[in-house]
Design a protein around this ligand. Structure first.
Ligand code: AMP
Length: 278
């Protein structure tokens, strides 16, 4: 496992190793969700790169950029058994040198849901992922369904800007209580961690309603709100039953739906989703 901290080191290693490459972009504080993507890449490509970079441009001013967990040594240990070829862990100055001024903006698909709650977030994501794609030049890039809108935004970007690669989506890994794994779960107190199982319970309640034949989008959103309201610690940012392709809210579900929600527990903001009928 070669650790590259500079772009030129990563590029040189990439050039020396001819074959198909898979890239798993992460912000570190690695967990089983990240690992499932690494294993997926390992099974499909000759070489596997994992990037570890807490990307400042996707955090809002006053967001959790400063306190986001940074655990590079532990992450390297965590990856060791999985035959990762390249870990790319650049500094901020390496990725955003002085006078950096070029950004990638994906339009409609980045507007609703997380885009509405976190202005500028997807501009930061699309910009850093573009840079990672240019640096590592993967044939396949692996992202988690947990961040469903991120997947939609990046698929749009790959299509629109002709990146010569395929985006592969890995299923959401969950803890025993149903809570989707996330580096941000480390912020939760043990009581909040227990309470946060309500996200998945809300999604499952809406999915069950869908499976019973409910096709009214508002009824599914109401189902999620109802379950979330039973947990006093949960402060709801949004619940959504949206078209899986456009991410626009649905009145009536004809071709499946992305059920998603964002909920705060104290200062910690969690998101989750499941697809139904798609
Ligand atoms: P992050 O480090 O949070 O930026 O996540 C890096 C990648 O791992 C993204 O593609 C995420 O969607 C994915 N990921 C995060 N959590 C999970 C999870 N619980 N299951 C599967 N993939 C995940």
């Amino acid at each position: 496992m070669y650790l590259a901290k500079t772009i030129s080191e990563a590029r040189a290693f990439r050039r020396q190793n001819i074959g198909t490459w898979g890239l798993v972009p992460t912000m570190g504080a690695l967990h089983q969700g990240h690992l499932s993507l690494v294993k997926h890449a390992r099974a499909e490509t000759d070489f596997v790169a994992v990037s570890i970079f807490v990307n400042p441009t996707q955090f809002a001013a006053g967001g959790d950029f400063d306190k986001y967990p940074r655990t590079l040594e532990r992450d390297l240990e965590f990856l060791k058994p999985y035959a990762v070829d390249l870990v790319f862990a650049p500094s901020n100055a390496e990725m955003y040198p002085p006078n950096f001024q070029t950004y990638v903006t994906v339009e409609e698909i980045a507007q609703p849901l997380e885009g509405a709650m976190r202005p500028g977030h997807f501009r930061g994501v699309a910009t850093v992922v573009s840079k990672l794609f240019h640096i590592v030049q993967p044939d396949r890039a692996y992202f988690g369904q947990k961040d469903a809108q991120q997947v939609a935004v990046l698929k749009q970007m790959v299509r629109d800007l002709n990146f010569p690669l395929e985006i592969v989506v890995g299923e959401t890994m969950r803890e025993e209580n149903g809570l989707a794994m996330s580096s941000r779960n480390a912020y939760l107190s043990s009581a909040e961690h227990d309470a946060a199982s309500v996200l998945y319970r809300a999604l499952c309640a809406a999915r069950d309603a869908y499976l019973r034949g409910e096709r009214n989008g508002e009824a599914l959103r109401a189902e999620m709100r109802e379950v979330l309201s039973q947990e006093s610690r949960a402060q709801v940012d949004y619940v959504s039953a949206a078209d899986p392709l456009t991410l626009q809210e649905l009145d009536e579900i004809k071709n499946g739906a992305l059920l998603s929600l964002a909920v705060r527990f104290g200062a910690t903001r969690l998101i989750d989703n499941i697809l139904v009928g798609a």
